[in-house]
Ligand binder design. Structure first.
Ligand code: FAD
Length: 353
């Protein structure tokens, strides 16, 4: 079956919902295609103890404030799932699931979106597929010969997963710090980071990231010097669990290793550590394989953009993958603005406004 709409949005996480909200406000007919069977995007796949790094009111999509979670300053992932579920119902967003997009192709004046349940034709496409389906693990010599278990952030749930085993957590970002803090009390833990961990000052939380992103946006709009992405502030937000473990002296990072042995890790200086489990908290790459037929990919696996618009295909916008598609666009509160800009640009392209 082939269906035709103004805009297909690929991905029904927070970015896809923010896009749907703004497209509908502009009177554009859209379809949001999401591979997951239920609402919530990647928030359905996090570890149990994850807490947002901002209070609820600073974690909201356009139009509707996230309500506070009773008893928690920093909401958990389940609270975000509930909020996103309510959001798409409240705004009657046309989300179709589970629908996995296999490829986007040029088809004369339209774009053809091939899925596992039929074909969609659209005048424009917004890709909002996030990064969680594309975990990244660095190439370290010896990795394949490791006898123990290797997990990535996406596969870790709670200390129960690794109970009684020697664990190495690799990564100095928020996921590395939070998972290390999760394991710091009852697990034989080694935390390894490529460089000394950089904490955001304790008296500020994720709100500062958004203030910084706003300042950056303003600087870019006014042609002033780029103030740098949010990572320039420091990588780790000292959420309470991280702060507690760090202040208890349980979060001492060790330098990165040079190779993996069958039983652990080794450094060039001769130091070693045994491990039964290695948890790679080494980030993600944008999930863009469905756009490969368009031939747009540039350096570092990214598609060159101006704002959210793909430079090589003006009918395609990319939303939510990171600072390269708009300051703080890969956050709940930050995606609203680039979503609005993408919807407006598409409306202009289609001659709707
Ligand atoms: P996702 O939530 O990943 O949604 C993408 C959707 O697209 C998914 O449902 C996926 O199934 C679907 N999809 C993928 N490929 C296809 C395809 N080919 N066809 C159809 N559908 C597809 N942000 C904050 O604001 N506050 C925080 O505290 C915060 N904490 C974070 C902590 C961690 C550890 C991480 C990694 C991120 C955090 N973020 C936080 C960042 C960000 O908010 C999340 O990563 C968020 O999930 C990104 O939303 P998204 O909609 O862009 O992508």
């Amino acid at each position: 079956m082939t269906r035709v709409v103004d805009v297909v949005v690929i991905g029904g996480g927070q970015s896809g919902l923010a896009a749907g909200y703004h497209l509908r406000r502009l009177g554009l007919e859209c379809a949001v295609l999401d591979a997951r069977p239920a609402p919530g995007g990647a928030w359905r796949q996090t570890w149990d103890s994850l807490r947002l790094f901002s209070p609820a009111a600073f974690s909201s999509l356009p139009g509707r404030l996230m309500p506070p979670q009773p008893g928690e300053t920093y909401p958990d992932a389940a609270h975000v799932v509930t909020y996103l579920t309510d959001y798409e119902q409240r705004y009657e967003l046309p989300v179709h699931r589970p629908v996995r997009v296999a490829g986007v192709h040029r088809a004369d004046e339209l774009l053809r979106v091939d899925t596992d349940s039929g074909v969609w034709l659209a005048r424009a496409v917004i890709s909002a597929t996030g990064t969680w389906s594309s975990p990244f693990v660095p190439a370290v010599p010896g990795r394949a010969a490791f006898r123990g278990t290797q997990l990535h952030t996406v596969g870790y749930t709670s200390p129960r997963d690794v109970s009684g085993r020697k664990v190495i957590v690799v990564g100095g970002g928020n996921s590395g710090a939070q998972i290390a803090a999760d394991l710091a009390y009852d697990t034989d833990l080694t935390w390894v980071t490529p460089r000394e961990p950089r904490y955001l000052a304790d008296d500020i939380d994720g709100r500062a990231l958004f203030d910084h992103a706003t300042a950056r946006r303003r600087a870019l709009d006014e042609g002033r010097t780029d103030t740098g992405g949010v990572a320039s502030l420091g990588d780790i937000v000292a959420v309470p669990s991280v702060r507690d473990a760090r202040d208890a002296g349980l979060l001492r990072a060790q330098p990165m290793f040079d190779r993996i042995t069958p039983g652990g890790i080794a450094r060039a200086d001769g130091t070693t550590a045994e491990a039964d489990v290695i948890i790679w908290c080494t980030g993600f790459r944008p999930a863009l394989s469905h756009l490969a037929p368009l031939g747009l990919r540039g350096p570092r696996g990214r598609i060159p953009t101006s704002g959210t618009r793909a430079l090589g295909e003006p009918r395609l916008h990319l939303l939510g993958y990171g600072d390269w598609t708009g300051p703080a666009s890969a956050t709940l509160i930050g995606v609203g603005r680039p979503a609005r800009e993408a919807a407006r640009e598409i409306a202009g392209l289609l001659g709707v406004v």
